[in-house]
Each structure stands twice: as C-alpha cells, then as structure tokens.
Design a protein around this ligand. Structure first.
Ligand SMILES: [Zn+2]
Length: 171
C-alpha cells in the first residue's frame, strides 16, 4: 500500500505539491521532504479497509461539538443532503459513527477501522474532527462537506431543543 499524505504542520489553505509526501506500509516516507501527518495510520487503515482513492481529515468546531454531545453515532433521517452519500431512499438514514479520541494513534486507528461502515463514507472522532473518504479527491471532499452539513444540522437541532420552553402545566 502506498498513498500521498500532507506534511505535518503545514497551513492547510496554502498547501502546494511540495507538501505532499508519498508513504508506504507502516507510514514510511518514500518520496518528498517533510514529516508525514501524525495521523497517517488512520488514513492507512481506511485505504486498507475500502477500495477508495482519497481520505480527507478536517478539524471543525461543529464536528468536535456534536461528536462530544452524542453517543456512538450521529444519526439523521430524511434530509435531502443525505443523497450526497449516494443514499437515494426517500427516508434515508445517515448513521455516522463516533469514536473516542485516543491520543495513542495506533489505538485510534484501530477504533476508526472498526467503526467505519461501507454505507456511510465518514467517521467522527470525538472532540476532534471528521474523516471522510471517496473514490476520488472530489468525492472525498463532497463527503467532508455533507458530514459537516449534518454536524451543523445536528448542532442546531440540539441547540433549539435545549432552548424550547417547557409546556405550561395544567394545574
Ligand atoms: Zn486530526
């Protein structure tokens, strides 16, 4: 297994070709200058588990917040945007797994590998961010955007239900 990954500690908005590193099994650097991302092992388990061409990882506030406030999955049903996961049933359910954020990377990689489902191309890492994948970079990016949209929707749903006033009692 060989794949390209960004160099650790680079500004994500300013990445160039020179910041891409080719790594092999075990995360060994094969080509390029720099240090492969600390989370290379997480990308590796996903490339091994599925027949995919790209894995993207982002740290967003909403994904960190929502993953901290739900159980072992973020579940949404009937939203038009779920079609972005190639789920076309009218009442499609998106079950995005949530895994604990272990600082021990091999342990975190194991948790992501175990939780990743073939029908939903994304995993949330609690208080951390999103892993999403696809057959191409464009598809992986779309899956990141759909997941972030679902996180935003979940966040607003939780916020609104927390603010809903108590029904007046009939005494
Ligand atoms: Zn991360």
């Amino acid at each position: 297994l060989q794949f390209w990954i960004t160099s650790s500690g680079r500004q994500k908005g300013e990445l160039t070709k020179a910041d891409m590193l080719l790594v092999g099994d075990g995360g060994w650097l094969l080509e390029g200058k720099g240090k492969p991302s600390a989370e290379t092992a997480l990308h590796q388990v996903l490339y091994r588990k599925f027949d995919i061409g790209a894995v993207f990882h982002v740290h967003t506030i909403k994904s960190a917040w929502v993953s901290a406030h739900c159980g072992d999955a973020m579940i949404l049903r009937g939203l038009e945007m779920i079609k972005g996961f190639d789920r076309w049933e009218p009442d499609a359910e998106a079950v995005v797994p949530v895994v604990e954020n272990h600082h021990d990377i091999p342990r975190l990689a194991q948790a992501v590998e175990a939780a990743a489902r073939s029908d939903i191309p994304a995993v949330l890492v609690r208080n951390h961010g999103i892993y999403a994948w696809g057959s191409t970079c464009a598809e992986a990016r779309r899956h990141v955007e759909i997941t972030e949209y679902l996180c935003e929707y979940s966040y607003l749903t939780m916020l609104m239900s927390a603010r809903r006033p108590e029904a007046p009692s009939r005494s």
